[in-house]
Write a protein that binds this ligand. Structure first.
Ligand SMILES: NC(=O)c1ccc[n+]([C@@H]2O[C@H](COP(=O)([O-])OP(=O)(O)OC[C@H]3O[C@@H](n4cnc5c(N)ncnc54)[C@H](O)[C@@H]3O)[C@@H](O)[C@H]2O)c1
Length: 342
């Protein structure tokens, strides 16, 4: 067997725990170091995952012999961390959103490309098991060519309990949730040519928007992306995404509790999807946690094979253009011509 890939995880906060568990479960990966400016967090992760703790990423990279970094800090530090990886000639996987500004994202992509280093963004929704099943349904031809989509994430789960930084974030649900839904729209239907946004702040306690609806236009389809952190329902479905795709030969629907329905001509089938189990995963996060494993497996497959990751840095520039464009549309009140910032 080849020797394991040596990773350093930078940022050991809330979501990084999933990254760490997923790496620890992969025999082809060795978590050799972790880094957080918060000493307690760095030490706790180091102790749990048998890694060396650092408070400074620069010192970590100067000291450790690693194959790649996994960047799980919040967006303001992403550029610095990716450039550090490029400087040290190591591959990188970085959490979404890649950056708040297109210029920062382009700089990261350029820095990694200049050294010919693998660079992937940890965009996990398309790697969720139900989303891969929907893609299989589309690829099977069962629904024909999709001409309409609705991709929806609506909940009143208290997202601020685990992620208090979202309370003060000037940009909130579009950059936190809709970004994933935009990527799903691309994954299922293709690239949009324009989009139009409406959004609100319903919760007066927060700074940014917590309800958003975006209408995307593709060459031969339309797709509605809608997200809300203020929606009551008969039971908690957080963090599930609901999908409706209508095609020329049928339709596919992913409803609450991972129930998949496929209509193909006059045939109707139902499937209660079961999320693969991981001993460290917990409800209601398990669907997301399983996708973290899939993302990280994909990254390792790409490192091994030299393939470009599905959600490469380069690909993510398109997603960022859509995401930032959604805010531009909101501010201008006009449709955003997708691709303008590329
Ligand atoms: N894909 C998903 O489903 C999902 C879910 C939650 C969060 N996220 C993303 O994960 C990222 C992290 O979010 P979080 O909620 O875990 O945040 P968090 O604040 O809990 O964790 C970030 C950690 O980074 C550390 N940090 C900050 N600056 C640092 C630096 N210069 N060097 C080393 N460590 C530093 C902080 O001390 C903190 O422990 C964000 O980009 C967020 O959007 C993705």
């Amino acid at each position: 067997m080849n020797s394991p890939f040596r990773v350093a995880v930078i940022g050991t906060g809330f979501f990084a725990q999933n990254h760490l568990h997923a790496w620890a479960g992969m025999p082809e990966v060795d978590v050799v170091a972790v880094c957080d400016i918060d000493r307690e967090r760095a030490d706790a992760a180091a102790a749990e995952f048998g890694a060396r703790p650092y408070l400074d990423a620069r010192e970590l990279l100067a000291t450790e012999d690693i194959d790649f970094v996994d960047i799980a800090t919040t967006p303001p530090t992403h550029r610095e961390m990716v450039e550090l990886a490029a400087e040290h000639g190591v591959a990188a996987i970085c959490q979404k959103p890649l950056a708040w500004e297109m210029s920062d994202a382009k700089a990261m992509v350029d820095a990694m490309a200049a050294r010919n280093l693998t660079f992937m963004v940890h965009e996990n929704f398309r790697f969720q098991y139900p989303m891969r099943r929907i893609r299989e349904v589309i690829d099977s031809g069962a629904i024909g060519r999709p001409f309409f989509g609705r991709i929806s994430f609506r909940t009143n789960f208290d997202c601020y309990a685990n992620q208090p930084w979202l309370i003060d974030s000037e940009r909130m649900i579009i950059v936190d949730v809709a970004v994933h839904l935009f990527d799903l729209a691309r994954f299922f239907i293709g690239e949009p040519t324009s989009l139009y946004t409406q959004a609100l702040r319903v919760n007066p306690r927060i700074r940014g928007e917590d309800v958003a609806t975006v209408l995307m236009r593709m060459p031969e389809a339309t797709c509605i992306v809608d997200a809300s952190y203020e929606t009551y329902a008969d039971h908690l479905t957080y963090p599930q995404t609901f999908v409706t795709l209508e095609g020329t030969e049928g339709a596919v629907t992913l409803g609450p509790d991972y129930r998949l329905q496929v209509v193909s001509g006059d045939q109707v089938t139902h499937e209660d999807l079961r999320i693969p189990h991981h001993p460290w995963a917990s409800e209601p996060w398990n669907g997301i946690q399983d996708s973290v494993v899939n993302v990280q497996r994909h990254f390792i497959d790409c490192l091994r094979s030299g393939r470009t990751p599905e959600t490469s840095g380069e690909d993510t520039l398109r997603l960022l253009d859509i995401t930032l464009g959604a805010y531009e549309s909101l501010e201008s009140g006009l449709p955003y011509p997708v691709g303008s910032a590329l």
